[in-house]
Write a protein that binds this ligand. Sequence first.
Ligand code: SF4
Ligand code: SF4
Length: 283
Amino acid sequence: MRIAIASGKGGTGKTTVAVNLAYLATSKGLRVVYVDCDVEEPNGHIFLKPGITLSRPVGRLYPQVDEKKCTRCGLCGEICQYSAIVCVAGTVIVYPELCHACGGCLLVCRAGAIREGTRKTGRLEAGQSGPLQFVRGVLEVGEAMSAPLVRRVKASAPEADLVIVDSPPGTSCAVIESVRGSDFVALVTEPTPFGLSDLQLAVEMVRALHLPFGVVINRSDSGDRETRAYCRRHGIDVLAEIPDNRRVAEAYSRGVLACEAVPEFRERLEDLLTRLAGCEAQR
Ligand code: SF4
Ligand code: SF4
């Protein structure tokens, strides 16, 4: 089973839920992989403290033009949908950071002036935290496109009984890539107007992708009742309500797994794990 833990906005407690769920699932005797797809700011390692046994660069293809062979025909610029290669004033200019590596320019270049180079866009790391397997991606600073790295990170997750994908926050291409193919998506939110607004976007996203999903309301005793009312109106399952707890925040600030430090938080997450297993059983 592959469960994505996502949220419409940052700061809702998504990673706290993801790492603790993964950790708790291992205590049930399951083979579990935690996959940190929040590649712009991965922080699951702070809590899981894995021993990293694999670290390798991830690259992306981009066109390199041989000036001597180029006839300045301009076909490469015409085919590129992303303005990543342009032919202006008799010169071909390539913007590698805009390139989606579709290979279109290479195909249309009759002069054979284009070859593919590779540029580093990030790093893939894997390791072990006790019985839990750990995979994460780290995007290169300044790199604009994170979705390709997310795809590589997901594909690198080993076979397991349960794969927990820690998605990036928001509803960007990288988030869509991270939740795509999941058996279930848990959307973590907080009961505030901002939280609800971003939750609504996240719900539209998972519905457009036809993915089964439910909502986890974090810090459920703060804020207002609007999130619950919204879920009720739209027939959305609230999988768990996790009350605000200062000791959870303290554990977070120390880089400690909250389910180790706060028994009542552990109970909520145990219940959530059971709910998620039930959701899978109903499918
Ligand atoms: S398609 Fe090839 S030959 Fe034509 S402008 Fe581009 S690089 Fe030069
Ligand atoms: S590989 Fe595709 S996206 Fe990249 S420059 Fe060529 S046509 Fe544009």
